[in-house]
Design a protein around this ligand. Structure first.
Ligand SMILES: [Cu+2]
Length: 479
């Protein structure tokens, strides 16, 4: 066989093999174009006219059959969520027309171990006006699995979580026009895939001095850590609280949100009472969520101990870059996937749909602002506060008020940490002292959480502690 004939044979063989493997769909691996006059519309109009992108692709990739995957003996984790359009509050006492997974923004956090099978079921209630899908970035399966699901229907797909790390999930773009509207109105969440062999211990470089000589003093922290999730996004809303695509197209966001809320982790009236002796007195200027009537929406701080390994799971769900920084701290380690990217860094950049795990230790008692270090983002809501240790010397106040018997290492022992920032327990998790109900949840979701008995109820705690704290502050002559 000469070289030319050999080449022809190879091409023919590939064609025959392809036809055998993929059948007639092989030649349809493309966007199906319907009879539309393409010249008269812009691209988005064309896509909407078609009812979204209809991808036709072969199914010759990873195993997705749930039964077959369950038979392998792997651990199977069910993840059952709904797609629901609801009204949720925004800063300034208004509401917006949100789209959610399971009535909350962000959607529920999925946590599995590398190698587990995830069995995802998305159900759309019959009274929901829109179809939705779920694109899970932790999966490696045909995008056809993410196709949209109509009201009154549900769909299940399965995949093996092969790669460790943090992964976005979001309403799907396959066969669904206006994916941007759905995601930027709230249809996003994360999956945390713990490394199969657990997290690494943390090394922090310090220096010490001995006999007048300064030398390196490496400090090691066990892999177990107190964990938080922080998901950054933007809102693009018109005056009526509806998604405005023109604002998105021009990158003119109307709010920066962390875990769905602007300034959600800034002081509420209990913090003001504790710190300033007056529940109405702000000690931080941006304080939109202070009222008790706001229940699950009132703001709450993030409490950590000093000299404690803290692990942050961070995702940029949005359309703008996130320059993640903690004022007064250094990010001791940055990991993406299961690979360390940096250590002892001041700020780390996340593009859209990018994530990282930040490990750090808060060295000194104090208040530390976490920000997107883009000033426009800070002023529009991309800021929250960590409080490490007891910087305000409140242990005597708590004890005088009878709220604690012995000094505590963080204020979470009195007020708990906000539920929307605490992931499910996983590999190497340290349990929080208490978790209170805080987040962009519908009232139904918040009521279910309250009924479960697993959470401290923030809107009950504050009135209960406010009186004794006020008395204690007076008795101690603090104000
Ligand atoms: Cu959707």
């Amino acid at each position: 066989m000469n070289k030319r004939i050999s080449m022809l044979f190879t091409i023919a063989a590939v064609a025959v093999m392809s036809a055998t493997l993929f059948g007639s769909t092989y030649t349809q691996t493309q966007i199906s174009v319907q009879s539309i006059d393409m010249s008269q519309m812009d691209m988005m109009d064309k896509i909407r006219e078609m009812g979204g992108l209809q991808l036709v692709m072969p199914q010759a990739f990873a195993e997705t059959d749930c039964g077959a995957l369950a038979d392998t003996g792997r651990n199977v984790v069910e993840f059952n969520i709904t797609g629901e359009s609801v009204s949720l509050p925004i800063m300034g006492g208004k509401t917006y027309n949100a789209m959610t997974f399971s009535g909350q923004v962000p959607g529920p956090t999925l946590r599995v171990t590398q190698g587990d099978v995830v069995q995802m079921t998305l159900s759309i209630p019959t009274d929901e006006p829109y179809a939705h899908g779920n694109d899970m970035h932790a999966s490696q399966i045909s995008a056809l699995e993410f196709d949209s699901i109509n009201p009154g229907e549900s769909k299940t797909f399965c995949y093996i979580a092969e790669s460790a790390g943090v992964f976005k999930y979001h309403c799907s773009g396959v066969h669904l026009a206006e994916m941007d509207r759905h995601v930027l109105s709230g249809m996003y969440g994360i999956a945390i895939v713990d490394p199969i062999n657990g997290y690494k211990k943390l090394m922090v470089e310090k220096t010490s001095i001995s006999s007048g000589k300064v030398s390196l003093d490496r400090q090691f922290y066990d892999a177990d850590a107190l964990e938080f999730t922080l998901q950054f996004n933007q809102l693009y809303l018109d005056e009526n609280g509806n998604y405005d695509k023109n604002l998105m197209d021009s990158h003119q966001n109307t709010a920066t949100v962390i875990n769905g809320m602007q300034f959600g982790y800034t002081p509420n009236m209990a913090h003001n009472l504790l710190i300033a002796g007056d529940p109405e007195k702000n000690f931080f200027v941006a304080q939109p969520w202070t009222g008790l009537e706001l229940k699950q929406y009132q703001s709450q701080l993030l409490y950590v101990e000093n000299d404690q390994h803290v692990r942050l799971f961070i995702e940029n769900q949005g359309n703008e870059p996130v320059f993640f920084h903690i004022v007064g701290e250094i990010l001791d380690r940055v990991t993406q996937g299961n690979r360390v990217q940096s250590a002892a860094t001041e700020t780390w950049l996340l593009g859209g749909s990018q994530n990282m795990i930040v490990d750090l230790v808060f060295d000194e008692p104090g208040v530390y602002a976490l920000v997107n270090h883009d000033y426009a983002a800070i002023y529009s809501g991309g800021l929250g506060l960590f409080v490490a240790g007891d910087p305000f010397n409140l242990n005597p106040v708590f004890q005088e008020a009878g709220l604690i018997q012995a000094p505590v290492t963080s204020y979470a022992y009195v007020l708990g940490n906000p539920s929307d920032a605490v992931p499910p327990m996983g590999m190497n998790s340290i349990a929080h002292p208490a978790i209170n109900i805080h987040g962009l949840y519908t009232d139904d979701v918040a009521s279910e959480m309250a009924a479960s008995g697993d959470y401290a109820i923030l809107w009950n705690i504050i009135p209960e502690v406010a009186g004794p704290l006020s008395d204690a502050l007076t008795a101690l002559g603090r104000f």
